[in-house]
Ligand binder design. Sequence first.
Ligand code: COA
Length: 326
Amino acid sequence: MSGVKIVGVGHHAPERIVDNAELETWFETSDEWITSRTGMKRRHWTSENEATSDLALAAARNALAFAKLEPSDIDAYIVATVYPDFLFPATACIVASKLGAVDKAAFDMEIACSGFIYGLTVASSLVRAGVYKRVMLIGAETLSKLVNKDDRGTAILFGDGAGAVILEASEQDSFLASELGSDGSRPELLRVAAGGSRRPLDHLALDERADRIYMEGREVFKFAVTKMIAATDAALAKAGLQKSDVDFLIPHQANKRIIDAAMKYLEIPPERCVVNIQEYGNTSAASIPIALSEAVRAGRVKPGDTVVFVGFGGGLSWGAVVWKWA
Ligand code: COA
């Protein structure tokens, strides 16, 4: 077994910014309501011509520049997303080709907002097992295209963006532990009901807006707090570490109140938790790698730091990875 480390980080968000004031013109809501219930102030939304692969490509280029690597240096490309360019082919194939990486392994992963946590576990395992020397993992989403813009309960929450990391084989091992979980018994709590094989798209589905995100907000909120705490605790236990050993927690950015509730239990003070939800909203699989890229580029996360990544989302699904930053 080899070790693995992250040698490159990158992120990208579309130019268009939708702030709470703009949402006030769409339906009955207010900056005060959105800020106090979610912590969100702005989110970036794609234009009509931008797709998930375009955001992924920009984040990938940033990560390659950070690592001073060429696209051909990467052996495998993975994109975690709930809203790929197409049902198939995989968005990762498109990204790798647009980068000019020829004949490389490329595949997508879909586990909703837990995509980066699951992806980091899979990508790290590929490197640690010696299958690949370098793997690029990109979380990329265009959820603004998947929300029902008449539904104030969800339209305010989601944003678009992409974050990328490059994993490389290393003598020292940054991957300390992973804890992943799922419960598919109640998919109706958070899903897009139509457009898959259970209910292919038809006119009725479109009329019902069943092609858009549906969420039971309160139920998801409770689940999120519980699983963020449980996954973090379990991953730390697997790594043989205590809460007090954590230098930075980088959580999925779904709701500031969810993050605050979990931080309180985990006894992690605000300065050790990376939060950028006010700028991006919930970007699903992209939220953790965007936050990581910003924190590393700002010099907040430094070599030697113990970082916990923790996420949760549709599935229901959840997970945490403990990482020693190198
Ligand atoms: N502006 C103003 N009022 C709104 C609103 C908005 N954008 N959205 C909902 N409301 C209203 C509701 O209609 C409801 O009104 P009522 O009491 O007259 O019925 C009231 O606010 C309270 O709704 P509720 O859903 O209980 O609010 P909440 O405090 O639970 O906050 C969420 C709603 C969505 C912000 C919160 O439940 C949440 O964040 N849940 C988790 C979401 C999440 O993390 N999803 C992604 C997981 S990856």
